[in-house]
Design a protein around this ligand. Structure first.
Ligand code: ARG
Ligand code: ZN
Length: 893
């Protein structure tokens, strides 16, 4: 059953304070909650009864201002507790309930993991702990007293400040925590576990001494240093860039191995997936280290964008997520290479968000309706949401953006607000009318920008014609079918451009009618369906450099020649555009290759244009020229992924031809550039001790990119090189690079390497995940069968989300050749997994179900196999709302 944004009404009651007492016993927990409630003067119905949410709770008693309520004074149904007793304007309601954290396999609410008890309350997990108005516009002050066995669960944590602790009889103990800030229930957290702690201090710019603590599974203290450093860097960065300070005396991060998502920004008590905390050079890759920086920063930044100012309702999720992702991206650009960071973000957007926006789950960053909110923690709300914030930043400029942020906090600190409130602050601070811009919040789909350029030598003018296209998506079609009007119109977006001369020089950009000598880069404000820009005084035909820095989340269509692309790839001053030109060139070539393979002539390689190998040779060489950037070259050497090529396909997708063409081009480059790859590989050897910082990681990235090409040459020499790196690597980045290259071939060398790797790392859960994923993403012909076999391997555990993501999700999302196997075996595997998971953890099951999003793009044979799998899932009784929504929308499309 769908919930609609238009139906929002303020809550009938507000809750001023919440006093919780949670006692963890053997096999259950007892929760006493005292809620100080008040009628909300802003409520629509001044006599409404109090209706509390609850899920999987066993109600023991209810009291109103101390008086036990009898039957008839309240009504209990599956997920609601309705108080019918006469209610004064303010009163205290006390409930006692028991819950079963040990049986909570959904990992929402209070649940057991290996080392103790943890919580996850966003979005609607608090109702699985106690009866509550579980919605973000109900903000209260919380205290919690936790009781548990002292020996088993020596660490008891809550939000805010510790205000008391002591021992109890029977070897038990208690601790009380008080959060001085009002917060919505989704930010509540508690922990009762056996954990080790790393402690450090941060002094804020106004002199508050903050205790920073990272809690991890016993024995893992040597893996928390990087997360701690990231936390302190984030605290400093938010002060420097946004003037935002930590507001508590305690800031805690707790790592847990069983966690549905990445991490959670609970006030003062973040709970993290171990994947984004634990790292040591021999267990984590450069990318893992970088991701830790980003996720730690993300959760820390939520303290202001999310916690101090929160969301009125869950439709506004992008208010906090888009903005906070934008902030962690800016942090990433400041901490690592700005260009490479941006390229990686665009790649994520294209592999996860563009397909979402083109499929049955398409939705705007603020959807108008949902059945299950957990399905909307999506690439659109997060990643496209961040792009929308970035566009505001680009349109109004950095200084006005900062003013807008200051105004947003000045107006809304302590409130639960909407996306309009954010845009209004940006508009008022900058003076730019953002009315039209708000369409980004209501319209789904990736717009297409058709740009055409024409140079007139006689007038020395270059004319750019820009047209936007934004056809209705599955989202708008559904709204229309429900009889709800959908207004669609042109977007307001920044198109950042430059013009390159034949010598690579950046030409000054003077628009017709302007007098001043102009810049070589400018922001064109696009607002119309069609617009024209005329640049004057150009002595030669320029090559336009368009959408610099990926200034808007659109698909750009410009008829570049291969010569233009080679020129941009070598000379553009914008790192993103340099990379993009190479990706575009490779995509054009690969699409021709796909057609050739379909026609049976792929192997001739006649579709690879003369000059491509030379362009790639020059690209590799540029890493070693003065000012060269190995990290950027590593990105540029990587051909567009099969997933990106699937999205770039206009008609029916042929995953086998895509795979064949991409592999043929890789092998061709590997053979033609064998010498340069080997030379670069040796040149880039690092003798210094391992460090995850950008320069060293960049060199490693390029070296391992070379290795992956070298591995494509099928000879004894390259196998020896791989084997040698695998045997001698002193860090996980190099070790995984070698293992993943070995894993592409069904061979004794692969089997031996995988076996040794597992034997060495079987006790490091996160490394075992890598072992699973390297197999599930392999192109080797036996991958489907191996993934099925691994489901029964003792190293796999279907109750652990990280394991499911490594083995099943990676197979479905990142291995199109095998997932879309023509016999339907990949689809059947996914359907089996979804059904098995749905009974345990619907959120995770729904994520796997998303693998079918693009089923309509394939041939009729595959479509009928995919449909069978979807119908089989849909036909299951007791399907969760999570999976039902995904599968229902997929089948409707
Ligand atoms: N707010 C968390 C984050 O930083 C994500 C939590 C999502 N949880 C969920 N069950 N959907 O991004
Ligand atoms: Zn977030």
């Amino acid at each position: 059953q769908a919930i609609y944004l238009k139906d929002y009404t303020p809550p009938a009651f507000q809750i001023e304070t919440v006093d919780l007492d949670i006692s963890i016993e053997a096999g259950f927990a007892c929760v006493t909650a005292s809620l100080a409630c008040q009628r909300n003067p802003a409520a629509a119905d001044p006599s409404a009864s109090l209706v509390l949410n609850g899920e999987d709770l066993k109600l023991e008693s209810v009291r109103l201002d101390g008086r036990p309520l009898g039957q008839g004074e309240y009504v209990l149904c599956a997920d609601q507790l309705m108080i019918h007793a006469e209610l004064p304007d303010s009163f205290t309601l006390t409930t006692v309930s028991t819950i079963n954290p040990d049986g909570n396999t959904q990992l929402s609410g209070l649940y057991r993991s290996k080392d103790g008890y943890f919580t996850q309350c966003e979005a609607e997990g608090f109702r699985r702990i106690t009866w509550f108005l579980d919605r973000p516009d109900v903000m209260a002050k919380y205290t919690v007293t936790i009781h548990a066995d002292k020996a088993q669960f020596p660490v008891l944590l809550g939000n805010g400040n510790p205000v008391g602790a002591g021992d109890e009889e029977g070897g038990r103990h208690w601790a009380k925590w008080e959060d001085p800030f009002r917060k919505p229930s989704y930010l509540f957290a508690m922990v009762a576990a056996k954990l080790d702690m790393l402690e450090d201090w941060f002094v804020t710019k106004s002199g508050r001494k903050v205790r920073c603590a990272v809690y991890v599974e016993p024995g893992k203290l040597d893996q928390c240093g990087h997360a701690m450093a990231a936390l302190k860097k984030s605290m400093k960065w938010d002060e420097d860039v946004f003037g935002l300070e930590m507001d508590l005396d305690h800031y805690m991060i707790v790592a847990v191995g069983d966690f549905n998502m990445g991490a959670m920004e609970n006030k003062g008590l973040n709970i993290f997936n171990t994947k984004y905390v634990l790292a040591r050079p021999d267990t984590a890759t450069d990318i893992d280290f970088q991701n830790i920086d980003r996720v730690v920063a993300h959760e820390y930044f939520h303290n202001w964008t999310g916690n101090r100012v929160t969301c009125r309702d869950w439709f506004q999720l992008s208010l906090k997520e888009g903005l906070t992702v934008f902030r962690d991206q800016q942090f990433g650009m400041d901490m690592h290479s700005a260009g490479v960071t941006r390229i990686q973000e665009v790649r994520t957007l294209r592999t996860a968000q563009f397909p979402e926006d083109a499929g049955p789950m398409a939705h705007p960053i603020r959807p108008a309706s949902y059945a299950e909110i957990n399905n909307f923690y999506s690439a659109t709300v997060y990643e496209k949401g961040a792009e929308v914030i970035r566009m505001i930043h680009t349109l109004i400029g950095k200084d006005a953006f900062r003013k807008g942020m200051d105004l947003y906090f000045a107006r809304h600190d302590g409130q639960a607000v909407t996306c309009e409130d954010f845009v209004a602050a940006m508009q008022d601070a900058s003076g730019l009318d953002l009315t039209q811009f708000k369409r980004w919040y209501n319209q789904a789909g990736t717009p297409k920008l058709l740009v055409r350029g024409a140079y007139d030598a006689a007038t020395k003018r270059f004319t750019l014609d820009v047209e936007q296209q934004y056809p209705a998506t599955a989202y708008e079609k559904r709204l229309e079918a429900e009889g709800r009007a959908v207004a669609r119109g042109a977007y307001h977006l920044p198109l950042v451009i430059g013009l390159l001369g034949a010598d690579g020089r950046e030409l000054p950009l003077r628009l017709a009618g302007e007098s001043a000598a102009a810049d070589t880069q400018r922001v064109l404000s696009i607002t119309e369906d069609r617009q024209q820009f005329v640049f004057e005084d150009l002595a030669e035909a320029p090559v336009p450099s368009l959408l610099r820095g990926f200034s808007a989340p659109v698909v750009l269509d410009y008829p570049y020649s291969q010569a233009d692309l080679t020129h941009l790839m070598a000379r553009d001053s914008d790192a993103f555009c340099r990379w993009e030109a190479g990706q575009r060139l490779a995509t054009d070539i690969l699409m021709a290759g796909v057609a050739a393979f379909q026609a049976g002539s792929g192997d001739t390689l006649a579709w690879v244009p003369a000059g491509y190998v030379d362009a790639m040779r020059a690209l590799l060489g540029s890493a070693f020229a003065p000012g060269g950037d190995p990290a950027l070259v590593a990105e540029a050497l990587m051909l567009p992924s099969e997933v990106v090529l699937i999205e770039a396909t206009e008609g029916t997708v042929d995953p086998d031809a895509i795979h064949a063409a991409r592999l043929a081009l890789r092998r061709h480059l590997a053979n033609e550039l064998k010498g340069p790859f080997a030379a670069a590989y040796h040149e880039l050897k690092i003798d210094a001790p391992y460090s995850p910082e950008a320069t060293q990681a960049g060199a490693r990235a390029l070296r391992n990119a070379c290795l992956s090409y070298i591995a494509e040459v099928d000879d004894a020499e390259s196998l020896a090189l791989l084997q040698n790196q695998f045997d001698s690597a002193n860090n996980m980045t190099d070790s995984m690079a070698a293992l993943s290259a070995l894993a592409q071939f069904a061979s004794p060398a692969r089997d031996a390497a995988l076996e040794r790797f597992l034997a060495k790392w079987k006790d490091e859960a996160l490394v075992v995940d890598k072992w699973l994923q390297v197999q599930s993403t392999s192109r080797a012909p036996d991958t489907g069968a191996r993934v099925r076999a691994l489901l029964d391997h003792p190293a796999f555990d279907i109750r652990n989300p990280n394991k499911v993501y490594a083995l099943i999700r990676a197979f479905c999302a990142a291995n199109p050749k095998h997932f879309h196997a023509a016999d339907g075996s990949g689809y059947a595997l996914a359907a089996d997994a979804i059904l098995q998971l749905d009974a345990l953890n619907p959120q995770v099951a729904a994520r796997i179900a998303r693998s079918f999003d693009r089923w309509r793009k394939f041939d009729t044979q595959r479509q009928s196999l995919a449909r069978m799998a979807l119908v089989r899932v849909q036909g299951h009784d007791k399907l969760s709302r999570d999976v039902a929504e995904i599968v229902g929308k997929a089948l409707e499309s």
